[in-house]
Ligand binder design. Sequence first.
Ligand code: F6R
Length: 367
Amino acid sequence: EKAGFDHFMLKEIHEQPKAYRDTMGSRLSPDGSRVVLKELTMTEQQIRDIRNVHIVACGTAYHAGLIGKTVIEQLARIPVETDVASEYRYRSPIITPNTLVIVVSQSGETADTLAALREAKRCGAHVLAITNVVGSSVAREADDVLFTWAGPEIAVASTKAYTTQLVAFYLFGLHLAQVLGTKDEAFIRDMIAAMKSLPEQVEAILGQSEAIKAAAEDMSKHDDLFFIGRGVDYAVSLEGSLKLKEISYIHSEAYAAGELKHGTLALIEENVPVIALATQEDLLEKTVSNIKEVTARGGKVLGITSERYAQELAKSVNTVFTIPQTHALLTPALAVIPLQLLAYYASLARGNDVDKPRNLAKSVTVE
Ligand code: F6R
């Protein structure tokens, strides 16, 4: 049932190209000009009436929601807030009938997420669910559902569910842009073309697993490490850090790269590993100066960037890992793959139970 892989997690990491194809599938018009979300009941008028969006989820799904915020704000220019579900309900969020609440949940059964959904409906909001399980509570109770067609996810550590949640946000963001006219046809066409390339680009990254394995084995000897990034790279850093903690039990923290010098830099000393994500052209220079703050104190930096900036980044880091070039908003769908592999191989090197990490359950049905 593991299809020749040692663990479900590795199998699921390798299923991501297929999961991308299945989730995009018939939702992209054959000529590549438009997104077509036939399953949505939301009318164009309902979309035009949206004043704000709340994205609510837990754990990895929350991290997908952080990317979703950037995607929707950039593509549709609607203000978005992303909240952890267990916090959302208790902060008296301002929900009106013109609020779109998006709940994100692989299982569709997470207690806090479900409670947030119910609270949002009670306040008259339209609720859109992004979920992987047909017939789940979240899918049944939401007003609209966008299914991620990732297939069953068995490993406790979420991989293909997260990446297909990103795809769902790309699709939905483009759908909003089409209705609202916030992006022109050429932009939409370009982004769709870039999305269609993602599956083979993921294959290319998976082909470099050996290099990541070596880095992971090195990392597994440390007890503390850091992830840094700006913008969507920061959100991906949070996910990379969670994945690593969850299955390798190595302590790590993710920081917005510019925040490091406001305290955390005190923890950087000789040989502390830092994983720096730098995929965004407009933020590259700033991230590089944050990387230099780390290397100046002896920190060992593994940089992750897109092909176009690899040479530039190589000047200031110890090791560079390159992801294929893509649209700026789509980099998370690639950049997270080496981080998933890092966590996997670090867990393996430490002799942990990769698929069933201690203290954790696949579906969290208590609040
Ligand atoms: C981490 C992980 C968890 C889940 C979280 C939400 O790898 O899997 O953080 O993402 O428990 O679960 P769902 O998406 O089922 O609501």
